[in-house]
Design a protein around this ligand. Structure first.
Ligand code: NAD
Ligand code: UD1
Length: 340
Protein backbone atom coordinates (compact mmCIF):
# COMPACT_ATOMS: atom_id res chain seq x y z
CA UNK A 1 0.00 0.00 0.00
CA UNK A 2 1.93 3.03 -1.25
CA UNK A 3 0.77 6.53 -0.39
CA UNK A 4 1.58 9.42 -2.71
CA UNK A 5 2.52 12.56 -0.77
CA UNK A 6 2.37 15.69 -2.93
CA UNK A 7 4.51 18.49 -1.52
CA UNK A 8 6.19 15.90 0.69
CA UNK A 9 9.58 17.64 0.62
CA UNK A 10 8.06 20.72 2.30
CA UNK A 11 7.72 21.63 5.95
CA UNK A 12 4.56 19.76 6.94
CA UNK A 13 4.87 17.09 4.25
CA UNK A 14 8.32 15.96 5.41
CA UNK A 15 7.08 15.52 8.99
CA UNK A 16 4.09 13.56 7.70
CA UNK A 17 6.40 11.29 5.72
CA UNK A 18 8.16 10.42 8.99
CA UNK A 19 4.89 9.65 10.75
CA UNK A 20 3.54 7.50 7.91
CA UNK A 21 6.81 5.62 7.41
CA UNK A 22 7.06 4.95 11.14
CA UNK A 23 3.48 3.60 11.02
CA UNK A 24 4.62 1.09 8.38
CA UNK A 25 3.29 2.72 5.20
CA UNK A 26 5.31 3.06 2.00
CA UNK A 27 5.58 6.63 0.76
CA UNK A 28 6.40 8.23 -2.59
CA UNK A 29 6.80 12.02 -2.76
CA UNK A 30 5.78 14.14 -5.75
CA UNK A 31 7.21 17.66 -5.45
CA UNK A 32 8.52 20.29 -7.88
CA UNK A 33 10.90 21.59 -5.16
CA UNK A 34 9.71 25.17 -5.79
CA UNK A 35 9.71 25.83 -2.04
CA UNK A 36 11.79 23.00 -0.64
CA UNK A 37 15.02 21.07 -0.84
CA UNK A 38 15.41 17.34 -1.54
CA UNK A 39 17.75 17.24 1.46
CA UNK A 40 14.64 17.18 3.69
CA UNK A 41 13.81 13.72 2.34
CA UNK A 42 17.33 12.43 2.95
CA UNK A 43 16.82 13.54 6.55
CA UNK A 44 13.47 11.72 6.64
CA UNK A 45 15.35 8.58 5.58
CA UNK A 46 17.92 9.11 8.33
CA UNK A 47 15.21 9.51 10.99
CA UNK A 48 13.15 6.51 9.89
CA UNK A 49 15.78 4.19 8.44
CA UNK A 50 13.47 3.71 5.47
CA UNK A 51 13.68 4.92 1.89
CA UNK A 52 11.54 7.63 0.32
CA UNK A 53 11.38 8.02 -3.42
CA UNK A 54 11.18 11.56 -4.80
CA UNK A 55 9.40 12.04 -8.11
CA UNK A 56 10.27 15.58 -9.13
CA UNK A 57 7.12 16.71 -10.94
CA UNK A 58 4.44 19.36 -10.87
CA UNK A 59 0.85 18.84 -9.78
CA UNK A 60 -0.25 20.87 -12.81
CA UNK A 61 1.11 18.06 -15.03
CA UNK A 62 -1.72 15.51 -15.12
CA UNK A 63 0.15 12.98 -17.26
CA UNK A 64 3.10 13.01 -14.86
CA UNK A 65 0.80 12.38 -11.88
CA UNK A 66 -0.95 9.53 -13.68
CA UNK A 67 2.41 7.95 -14.48
CA UNK A 68 3.56 8.22 -10.86
CA UNK A 69 0.30 6.84 -9.43
CA UNK A 70 0.43 3.87 -11.81
CA UNK A 71 4.15 3.18 -11.54
CA UNK A 72 4.01 2.88 -7.75
CA UNK A 73 0.52 1.32 -7.44
CA UNK A 74 -0.56 4.13 -5.15
CA UNK A 75 -3.76 3.59 -3.20
CA UNK A 76 -4.12 7.03 -1.58
CA UNK A 77 -2.87 10.60 -1.83
CA UNK A 78 -1.97 13.10 0.87
CA UNK A 79 -2.01 16.46 -0.84
CA UNK A 80 0.22 19.22 0.55
CA UNK A 81 1.58 20.72 -2.68
CA UNK A 82 0.65 24.33 -3.21
CA UNK A 83 1.56 27.93 -2.49
CA UNK A 84 0.87 29.33 0.97
CA UNK A 85 1.93 32.97 1.45
CA UNK A 86 -1.02 35.28 2.04
CA UNK A 87 0.76 38.51 1.00
CA UNK A 88 2.14 36.96 -2.19
CA UNK A 89 -1.33 35.64 -3.07
CA UNK A 90 -2.63 39.21 -3.09
CA UNK A 91 0.21 40.34 -5.38
CA UNK A 92 0.07 37.34 -7.70
CA UNK A 93 -3.38 35.73 -7.42
CA UNK A 94 -3.17 33.94 -10.78
CA UNK A 95 -0.25 31.78 -9.70
CA UNK A 96 -2.21 30.87 -6.54
CA UNK A 97 -5.32 29.89 -8.52
CA UNK A 98 -3.10 27.97 -10.95
CA UNK A 99 -1.02 26.03 -8.42
CA UNK A 100 -3.66 25.48 -5.78
CA UNK A 101 -6.94 25.21 -7.70
CA UNK A 102 -5.88 24.09 -11.20
CA UNK A 103 -3.16 21.89 -9.68
CA UNK A 104 -5.69 20.12 -7.43
CA UNK A 105 -8.08 19.73 -10.37
CA UNK A 106 -5.33 17.99 -12.36
CA UNK A 107 -4.46 15.80 -9.38
CA UNK A 108 -8.11 14.74 -8.96
CA UNK A 109 -8.40 14.05 -12.69
CA UNK A 110 -5.28 11.87 -12.56
CA UNK A 111 -6.62 10.04 -9.50
CA UNK A 112 -10.00 9.43 -11.19
CA UNK A 113 -8.27 8.11 -14.30
CA UNK A 114 -6.03 5.71 -12.39
CA UNK A 115 -8.75 4.58 -9.93
CA UNK A 116 -7.28 6.13 -6.78
CA UNK A 117 -10.08 7.57 -4.64
CA UNK A 118 -8.65 8.17 -1.15
CA UNK A 119 -7.43 11.69 -0.46
CA UNK A 120 -6.38 13.84 2.48
CA UNK A 121 -6.15 17.57 1.71
CA UNK A 122 -4.26 20.35 3.54
CA UNK A 123 -6.84 23.03 4.15
CA UNK A 124 -6.45 25.91 6.56
CA UNK A 125 -8.30 27.76 9.30
CA UNK A 126 -8.01 30.71 6.93
CA UNK A 127 -11.18 29.39 5.22
CA UNK A 128 -13.21 30.74 8.19
CA UNK A 129 -12.13 34.36 7.64
CA UNK A 130 -12.89 36.81 10.45
CA UNK A 131 -14.19 34.72 13.41
CA UNK A 132 -17.81 35.47 14.25
CA UNK A 133 -17.54 33.33 17.38
CA UNK A 134 -14.79 31.44 19.19
CA UNK A 135 -13.67 28.73 19.39
CA UNK A 136 -14.06 28.06 15.67
CA UNK A 137 -16.26 25.04 15.03
CA UNK A 138 -16.29 23.33 11.64
CA UNK A 139 -19.80 24.67 10.93
CA UNK A 140 -18.65 28.30 11.29
CA UNK A 141 -19.42 30.24 8.06
CA UNK A 142 -16.63 30.01 5.46
CA UNK A 143 -15.59 33.48 4.28
CA UNK A 144 -11.87 33.79 3.53
CA UNK A 145 -10.52 37.31 3.17
CA UNK A 146 -7.58 36.86 0.76
CA UNK A 147 -6.80 35.00 -2.50
CA UNK A 148 -4.83 32.25 -0.72
CA UNK A 149 -7.79 31.54 1.55
CA UNK A 150 -10.18 31.59 -1.37
CA UNK A 151 -8.09 28.97 -3.21
CA UNK A 152 -8.37 26.72 -0.13
CA UNK A 153 -12.15 27.18 0.01
CA UNK A 154 -12.50 26.57 -3.75
CA UNK A 155 -10.57 23.33 -3.40
CA UNK A 156 -12.72 22.29 -0.43
CA UNK A 157 -15.87 22.99 -2.51
CA UNK A 158 -14.44 21.06 -5.45
CA UNK A 159 -13.68 18.11 -3.15
CA UNK A 160 -17.19 18.12 -1.65
CA UNK A 161 -18.68 18.10 -5.16
CA UNK A 162 -16.39 15.31 -6.34
CA UNK A 163 -17.17 13.21 -3.24
CA UNK A 164 -20.92 13.72 -3.75
CA UNK A 165 -20.67 12.68 -7.40
CA UNK A 166 -19.26 9.18 -6.80
CA UNK A 167 -19.40 7.09 -3.60
CA UNK A 168 -16.02 5.53 -4.33
CA UNK A 169 -14.27 8.74 -3.26
CA UNK A 170 -13.21 9.07 0.39
CA UNK A 171 -11.91 12.54 1.18
CA UNK A 172 -10.67 14.21 4.36
CA UNK A 173 -10.05 17.96 4.55
CA UNK A 174 -7.87 19.10 7.44
CA UNK A 175 -8.10 22.72 8.54
CA UNK A 176 -4.78 23.50 10.16
CA UNK A 177 -4.44 26.30 12.67
CA UNK A 178 -0.84 27.57 13.10
CA UNK A 179 1.69 24.77 12.54
CA UNK A 180 5.05 25.38 14.25
CA UNK A 181 7.94 23.40 15.73
CA UNK A 182 10.12 20.70 14.26
CA UNK A 183 10.96 17.03 14.64
CA UNK A 184 12.62 16.41 18.01
CA UNK A 185 15.76 15.08 16.25
CA UNK A 186 16.44 18.60 14.94
CA UNK A 187 16.98 17.06 11.50
CA UNK A 188 13.88 18.44 9.76
CA UNK A 189 12.02 21.71 10.30
CA UNK A 190 10.66 24.84 8.67
CA UNK A 191 13.10 26.44 6.22
CA UNK A 192 11.47 29.58 4.81
CA UNK A 193 13.03 31.30 1.80
CA UNK A 194 14.04 34.88 2.62
CA UNK A 195 12.61 36.81 5.56
CA UNK A 196 9.87 34.76 7.25
CA UNK A 197 6.27 36.03 7.14
CA UNK A 198 5.10 33.96 10.08
CA UNK A 199 5.76 34.56 13.75
CA UNK A 200 7.60 31.44 14.93
CA UNK A 201 10.28 31.28 12.22
CA UNK A 202 10.78 35.03 12.60
CA UNK A 203 11.28 34.76 16.39
CA UNK A 204 13.64 31.82 15.83
CA UNK A 205 15.79 33.86 13.46
CA UNK A 206 15.91 36.77 15.92
CA UNK A 207 16.98 34.43 18.73
CA UNK A 208 19.57 32.90 16.41
CA UNK A 209 20.97 36.33 15.50
CA UNK A 210 19.98 36.26 11.81
CA UNK A 211 17.47 39.08 12.34
CA UNK A 212 17.82 42.07 14.71
CA UNK A 213 14.42 42.26 16.30
CA UNK A 214 10.81 41.21 16.02
CA UNK A 215 8.12 43.69 15.00
CA UNK A 216 5.02 42.93 17.05
CA UNK A 217 2.10 43.78 14.77
CA UNK A 218 -0.17 45.70 17.15
CA UNK A 219 -0.59 45.70 20.95
CA UNK A 220 -4.03 47.28 21.02
CA UNK A 221 -6.15 44.22 20.21
CA UNK A 222 -8.91 43.18 22.57
CA UNK A 223 -6.83 40.29 23.97
CA UNK A 224 -5.22 39.61 27.37
CA UNK A 225 -2.04 41.56 26.58
CA UNK A 226 -3.18 43.45 23.47
CA UNK A 227 -1.23 41.29 21.00
CA UNK A 228 -2.70 38.77 18.55
CA UNK A 229 -3.71 35.34 19.86
CA UNK A 230 -3.37 32.17 17.75
CA UNK A 231 -3.69 28.41 18.13
CA UNK A 232 -0.14 27.14 17.57
CA UNK A 233 0.13 23.41 16.96
CA UNK A 234 3.27 21.29 16.95
CA UNK A 235 3.96 19.95 13.45
CA UNK A 236 4.52 16.41 14.79
CA UNK A 237 1.05 16.47 16.39
CA UNK A 238 -0.29 17.74 13.08
CA UNK A 239 1.39 14.85 11.25
CA UNK A 240 -0.18 12.39 13.69
CA UNK A 241 -3.55 14.01 12.90
CA UNK A 242 -3.00 13.13 9.23
CA UNK A 243 -2.40 9.50 10.11
CA UNK A 244 -5.64 9.42 12.10
CA UNK A 245 -7.50 11.14 9.28
CA UNK A 246 -6.12 8.63 6.79
CA UNK A 247 -7.31 5.78 9.05
CA UNK A 248 -10.72 7.48 9.32
CA UNK A 249 -11.16 7.27 5.54
CA UNK A 250 -11.67 3.54 5.98
CA UNK A 251 -14.60 4.20 8.33
CA UNK A 252 -16.45 6.53 5.94
CA UNK A 253 -19.75 5.42 4.48
CA UNK A 254 -20.86 5.90 0.88
CA UNK A 255 -23.59 8.32 1.99
CA UNK A 256 -21.10 10.52 3.90
CA UNK A 257 -17.79 10.10 2.10
CA UNK A 258 -16.03 13.35 2.97
CA UNK A 259 -15.25 15.32 6.10
CA UNK A 260 -13.62 18.59 7.13
CA UNK A 261 -12.04 18.79 10.56
CA UNK A 262 -9.97 21.32 12.52
CA UNK A 263 -6.44 20.41 13.58
CA UNK A 264 -5.49 22.73 16.44
CA UNK A 265 -4.91 22.51 20.17
CA UNK A 266 -7.91 24.59 21.20
CA UNK A 267 -5.60 26.96 23.16
CA UNK A 268 -4.64 30.46 22.13
CA UNK A 269 -1.27 32.12 22.84
CA UNK A 270 -0.37 35.76 22.34
CA UNK A 271 2.63 37.10 20.45
CA UNK A 272 4.27 38.21 23.71
CA UNK A 273 3.68 34.79 25.30
CA UNK A 274 5.42 33.24 22.31
CA UNK A 275 8.38 35.60 22.73
CA UNK A 276 8.68 34.76 26.46
CA UNK A 277 8.46 31.02 25.90
CA UNK A 278 11.03 31.16 23.11
CA UNK A 279 13.41 33.16 25.30
CA UNK A 280 13.07 30.46 27.96
CA UNK A 281 13.64 27.61 25.50
CA UNK A 282 16.62 29.21 23.78
CA UNK A 283 18.13 31.04 26.72
CA UNK A 284 18.51 33.99 24.34
CA UNK A 285 16.93 37.43 24.22
CA UNK A 286 14.30 38.12 21.58
CA UNK A 287 14.32 41.92 21.26
CA UNK A 288 11.07 43.34 19.88
CA UNK A 289 9.31 46.61 19.26
CA UNK A 290 5.64 47.36 18.82
CA UNK A 291 4.68 48.12 15.22
CA UNK A 292 1.41 48.91 13.44
CA UNK A 293 -1.21 46.19 13.01
CA UNK A 294 -0.71 44.01 9.92
CA UNK A 295 -3.59 44.47 7.51
CA UNK A 296 -5.93 41.46 7.41
CA UNK A 297 -4.95 40.19 10.89
CA UNK A 298 -7.61 39.25 13.42
CA UNK A 299 -7.34 39.63 17.20
CA UNK A 300 -7.90 36.00 18.14
CA UNK A 301 -8.25 32.68 16.38
CA UNK A 302 -8.38 29.22 17.95
CA UNK A 303 -9.99 25.90 17.22
CA UNK A 304 -12.82 23.93 18.65
CA UNK A 305 -11.24 20.47 18.81
CA UNK A 306 -14.28 18.35 19.70
CA UNK A 307 -14.77 16.94 16.22
CA UNK A 308 -11.11 15.90 15.93
CA UNK A 309 -11.38 14.18 19.32
CA UNK A 310 -14.65 12.40 18.51
CA UNK A 311 -14.16 11.60 14.84
CA UNK A 312 -10.40 11.07 14.58
CA UNK A 313 -9.69 10.04 18.19
CA UNK A 314 -6.87 12.56 18.00
CA UNK A 315 -5.71 15.35 20.29
CA UNK A 316 -2.58 17.44 20.26
CA UNK A 317 -0.18 16.30 22.97
CA UNK A 318 2.67 18.81 22.74
CA UNK A 319 2.66 22.21 24.41
CA UNK A 320 4.21 25.59 23.69
CA UNK A 321 7.39 24.62 25.50
CA UNK A 322 7.88 21.63 23.14
CA UNK A 323 7.10 23.81 20.11
CA UNK A 324 9.74 26.40 21.08
CA UNK A 325 12.35 23.86 22.27
CA UNK A 326 12.09 21.80 19.07
CA UNK A 327 12.17 24.88 16.83
CA UNK A 328 15.29 26.06 18.66
CA UNK A 329 16.98 22.68 18.30
CA UNK A 330 16.31 22.77 14.53
CA UNK A 331 17.69 26.33 14.22
CA UNK A 332 20.83 25.59 16.24
CA UNK A 333 21.60 22.45 14.26
CA UNK A 334 20.78 24.04 10.89
CA UNK A 335 21.59 27.76 11.00
CA UNK A 336 21.22 27.92 7.21
CA UNK A 337 18.27 25.57 7.00
CA UNK A 338 18.82 22.81 4.43
CA UNK A 339 21.57 24.76 2.65
CA UNK A 340 24.59 22.61 3.23
P1 NAD B 1 5.78 24.17 2.03
O1 NAD B 1 5.91 25.28 1.04
O2 NAD B 1 6.91 23.91 2.95
O3 NAD B 1 5.40 22.81 1.28
C1 NAD B 1 4.69 22.80 0.07
C2 NAD B 1 5.44 21.90 -0.89
O4 NAD B 1 4.72 21.85 -2.14
C3 NAD B 1 6.86 22.40 -1.21
O5 NAD B 1 7.77 21.34 -1.07
C4 NAD B 1 6.77 22.87 -2.67
O6 NAD B 1 7.99 22.70 -3.34
C5 NAD B 1 5.66 21.99 -3.21
N1 NAD B 1 4.91 22.58 -4.33
C6 NAD B 1 4.39 23.81 -4.44
N2 NAD B 1 3.76 23.96 -5.61
C7 NAD B 1 3.87 22.75 -6.27
C8 NAD B 1 3.42 22.28 -7.52
N3 NAD B 1 2.74 23.06 -8.38
N4 NAD B 1 3.72 21.00 -7.87
C9 NAD B 1 4.44 20.20 -7.05
N5 NAD B 1 4.89 20.61 -5.84
C10 NAD B 1 4.60 21.87 -5.45
O7 NAD B 1 4.45 24.48 2.86
P2 NAD B 1 3.88 23.76 4.17
O8 NAD B 1 3.93 24.75 5.27
O9 NAD B 1 4.48 22.44 4.36
O10 NAD B 1 2.36 23.62 3.76
C11 NAD B 1 1.85 22.44 3.18
C12 NAD B 1 0.36 22.63 2.87
O11 NAD B 1 -0.31 22.97 4.06
C13 NAD B 1 0.07 23.75 1.87
O12 NAD B 1 -0.98 23.32 1.02
C14 NAD B 1 -0.39 24.88 2.75
O13 NAD B 1 -1.27 25.76 2.08
C15 NAD B 1 -1.10 24.15 3.87
N6 NAD B 1 -1.13 24.90 5.12
C16 NAD B 1 0.04 25.34 5.67
C17 NAD B 1 0.01 26.09 6.84
C18 NAD B 1 1.28 26.59 7.46
O14 NAD B 1 1.23 27.45 8.33
N7 NAD B 1 2.45 26.08 7.12
C19 NAD B 1 -1.21 26.41 7.44
C20 NAD B 1 -2.39 25.94 6.84
C21 NAD B 1 -2.34 25.18 5.68
C1 UD1 C 1 -0.98 33.48 8.72
C2 UD1 C 1 -1.88 33.67 7.55
C3 UD1 C 1 -2.86 32.50 7.48
C4 UD1 C 1 -2.09 31.19 7.39
C5 UD1 C 1 -1.16 31.10 8.61
C6 UD1 C 1 -0.30 29.88 8.49
C7 UD1 C 1 -2.02 36.13 7.33
C8 UD1 C 1 -2.90 37.33 7.44
N1 UD1 C 1 -2.59 34.94 7.69
O1 UD1 C 1 -1.76 33.42 9.87
O2 UD1 C 1 -3.68 32.62 6.35
O3 UD1 C 1 -2.97 30.09 7.40
O4 UD1 C 1 -0.29 32.24 8.62
O5 UD1 C 1 0.33 29.62 9.70
O6 UD1 C 1 -0.89 36.20 6.91
N2 UD1 C 1 3.15 38.56 14.06
C9 UD1 C 1 3.92 39.60 14.54
N3 UD1 C 1 5.12 39.84 13.92
C10 UD1 C 1 5.58 39.09 12.87
C11 UD1 C 1 4.77 38.03 12.38
C12 UD1 C 1 3.55 37.81 13.01
O7 UD1 C 1 3.56 40.28 15.48
O8 UD1 C 1 6.65 39.38 12.34
C13 UD1 C 1 1.85 38.27 14.74
C14 UD1 C 1 0.63 38.40 13.84
O9 UD1 C 1 0.13 39.70 13.86
C15 UD1 C 1 -0.32 37.38 14.51
C16 UD1 C 1 0.62 36.30 15.05
O10 UD1 C 1 1.91 36.93 15.14
O11 UD1 C 1 -0.99 37.96 15.59
C17 UD1 C 1 0.75 35.08 14.15
O12 UD1 C 1 1.09 35.49 12.83
P1 UD1 C 1 1.45 34.44 11.68
O13 UD1 C 1 2.45 33.48 12.18
O14 UD1 C 1 1.76 35.21 10.44
O15 UD1 C 1 0.11 33.61 11.49
P2 UD1 C 1 -1.39 34.10 11.20
O16 UD1 C 1 -1.47 35.57 11.01
O17 UD1 C 1 -2.28 33.51 12.20
Amino acid sequence: MTILVTGGAGYIGSHCCVTFLEAGHDVVVLDNLSNSNAESLKRVETITGRSVLLEQADIRDQAAIEAVLSRHNCTAVIHFAGLKAVGESTENPLSYYENNVVGTHRLLSAMAKTGVHDLIFSSSATVYGEPQRLPLTEDHPLAPTNPYGRTKLMVEDMLRDVAASDPRWRIGMLRYFNPVGAHSSGLIGEDPLGVPNNLMPYIAQVAGGRLDKLNVFGNDYDTRDGTGVRDYIHVVDLAEGHLRAYEALGRLEASQNSFAVNLGTGNGHSVLEMVKEFERASNRQVPYSIAARRSGDVAECYADTQMATDFLSWQASKDLRDMCADTWKWVVKNPKGYQL
